[in-house]
Design a protein around this ligand. Sequence first.
Ligand SMILES: [Zn+2]
Length: 236
Amino acid sequence: MRDDRQQTLTALVLALRPQGEADCRVESVTAELGRVGAWAKGLRRPKAKLGGVLQPFTLVALTVHNGKSRVIIGAEMVSGFRTLKEDYNRLTAAALLAELLLAVVPADEPAPAVLALSVRALTAMEQAEEPLGPLLVVLRDLMQLLGWGVNAEICAVCAQPLTGTCFLQLQSGVITHGHCRRSGMALDEAALASLAGPAAQPSLVALEALAQLWQTHLERPLKSLRAVRSAFHHLA
Ligand SMILES: [Zn+2]
């Protein structure tokens, strides 16, 4: 007989929270149910069958049993992002994405677009020479998906293309020419290019701008930001 409380989800594992002696609560974002927290019994035992599969930044086919609590009964690796996990800077960029996803993806609502965006971002972070570029792209695109998008092409005051040093208003997220409104955070041409699309030379000013916008939306500091700043300090 088919157990209809059993369900297989496409899940990107984001965090493991140890519970009790050997269990873990596995936090993930899934296509079918958005953010999902589920129990993995005995995951921290040395010979746990799923120990190698249920790791942060692993895309899995996750089979869960939806009872009084949600329990993981199986997981198959879809993509392990191994190169990403072996490089500190790439991992640091991914950790900021994980922090944002855990903060904004609602539970029990399908989130196929967010999952696809996140998988694309991790793939790009793994493959790019410099993972800052893909990080900027996902910080911007995720904001767009949530309806917090920033227009880095057209001035919010005069509707002409943005050029030269421009200014970002953190509260409203609008960008203007310096001569249209001279207040807020200054953005140089490189930052504007990074905010408008994948830039050849990703900008630390753009990172700062996107991080500030995220903090304004979340109304709290981003825990991973300090590590990200120091990981990409060499680009200054
Ligand atoms: Zn203007």
